[in-house]
Design a protein around this ligand. Sequence first.
Ligand SMILES: CC(C)(COP(=O)(O)OP(=O)(O)OC[C@H]1O[C@@H](n2cnc3c(N)ncnc32)[C@H](O)[C@@H]1OP(=O)(O)O)[C@@H](O)C(=O)NCCC(=O)NCCS
Length: 382
Amino acid sequence: MATAVIRSTGLWTPEHSITNDELVTAFNAYVAQYNAQNADAITRGELEALSPSSAEFIEKASGIQSRYVLDKEGILDVNRMTPHLPLRENTDISILAEMGVKACRQAMERADKTLDDIDGVICAASNMQRAYPAMAIEIQEALGIEDGFGFDMNVACSSATFGIRTAASLIESGGARAILVVNPEICSAHLNWRDRDSHFIFGDVATAILLEREDLGDGGFKILGSRLRTKFSNNIRNNFGFLNRAESADGRGDLGAEAAKDDKLFIQEGRKVFKEVVPMVSDMILDHMGTLGLKPEDMKRVWLHQANINMNLLIAKKVFGREAGGEDAPTILDTYANTSSAGSIIAFHKHSDDLKAGDKGVICSFGAGYSAGSIFVEKLGG
Ligand SMILES: CC(C)(COP(=O)(O)OP(=O)(O)OC[C@H]1O[C@@H](n2cnc3c(N)ncnc32)[C@H](O)[C@@H]1OP(=O)(O)O)[C@@H](O)C(=O)NCCC(=O)NCCS
């Protein structure tokens, strides 16, 4: 059987960034406006007054200091609080595909590969902007891969690791020579920027991973083993979907109060997620490490999903069997926030060039589903 390697990665970052202070100023202006407009109902006890957010809380609870977004103005506009992403014609490239293409091109340049070397595109992300045609096929078309295939897959925040495993399997079984796994994430469009508990969580980005059959090139990271796990949970959920229209009383999608419910956007029980996912992920990594005959001291680095710095420090401590942080488990959520499937790949992209041949690490994602994936890798020479 052939061996698949991660030859390179690509990263595209939006130019706009929002600091916690900017975000909290806009949120608190919305809270003041809401409370003033609803003062009578609040006094009568019919509505609850909204509480302000705080930049100190956000950084302490999550480690997030700022986030990149496609449109800063729409998010900070108190009367909109949603990015403004103008509708594109069907003849124009979709915004999700456009971001993905930029990340793919960088991955191809970094691996010195041309279109002729690539057989497939897997778009693995939390939110596709439509059901079909597949975003992956549009990315394939925009890149110019004539003779190949593309398909979409969604395993929420674990999409990238599940995508890597899928691509590696296709390469190992002879179904492809090289595949681009691309993770374009427009989290700003499914985040409820009016929700105090979660308005600070997400950012936008696109990453790409180029996997190739080992004998077709040099360098990169050999995949030592991969493990995928899921366990159903309602603690991270988004009920937006094609059934919303059919569920409505008038059949036109007007759900009245239903449509306005927050569950058509991202919702979570953050504290429960924190408590349940930390043991699930650390046990999975440790068990997988044992199966591969590796010990904590054999591990150079863990590139973890980027949702919460405190979660990551706990997981890293369990994996390394000692206090771990800094370059052991690089953090990028301070400036990117949670970018769903892309988080662990950004960490890998920015913090793997310094590794030496033979160094080992694990790329690990976790999130809604629940889902978790671990990809153990070893740096190759060349
Ligand atoms: C979301 C998260 C940062 C919240 O941190 P937390 O420490 O659990 O905070 P809690 O929600 O328990 O709230 C703690 C307090 O802060 C308050 N609070 C919540 N949001 C606040 C905000 N924006 N500003 C100020 N205070 C806030 C709460 O009201 C609560 O107050 P109380 O103690 O008086 O009741 C954290 O739970 C988390 O990251 N969980 C993991 C999420 C995850 O990985 N999700 C995967 C998504 S893909």
